[in-house]
Design a protein around this ligand. Structure first.
Ligand SMILES: [Fe+2]
Length: 119
């Protein structure tokens, strides 16, 4: 597992995970305290929704840390995907399959960025 290339987004996901866990517990406490059955059910439903967010955010972070996950960017010229493969080295070139865009990967403060190469 590596944070390489995804440092900023993984930090944001960690913050979001903490928020979602807190919201799950808070809505659960509200549900436990609510006397009105409709309000109780509403807070239970909100808590289940937040728990789903916890699972989704955790899964997203696991995918980004998985060494088998491809490094993929959207082409800044046309929006198509440019795939740099698994565990690319800095400077790995990538060609957009849909337009003339040519790029190379560069690491800045732990995050992948695209350098556009001359056509
Ligand atoms: Fe493109």
């Amino acid at each position: 597992m590596s944070e390489r290339g995804n440092t900023t987004v993984l930090a944001a996901l960690a913050d979001d995970l903490e928020f979602e866990r807190g919201a799950t517990k808070l809505y659960g406490r509200f549900a436990n305290r609510a006397e009105d059955p409709l309000i109780k059910e509403l807070f239970k439903e909100l808590s289940r929704g937040e728990a789903g967010h916890v699972r989704g955010v955790r899964r997203m972070a696991e995918t980004l840390r998985d060494p088998q996950t491809h490094v993929v960017f959207f082409c800044p010229l046309c929006g198509w995907q440019v795939d740099f493969g698994v565990d690319p080295a800095e400077g790995t070139p990538g060609k957009c399959p849909m337009c003339p865009g040519k790029y190379a990967l560069r690491l800045i403060d732990g995050d992948w960025v695209l350098d556009r190469l001359a056509p």
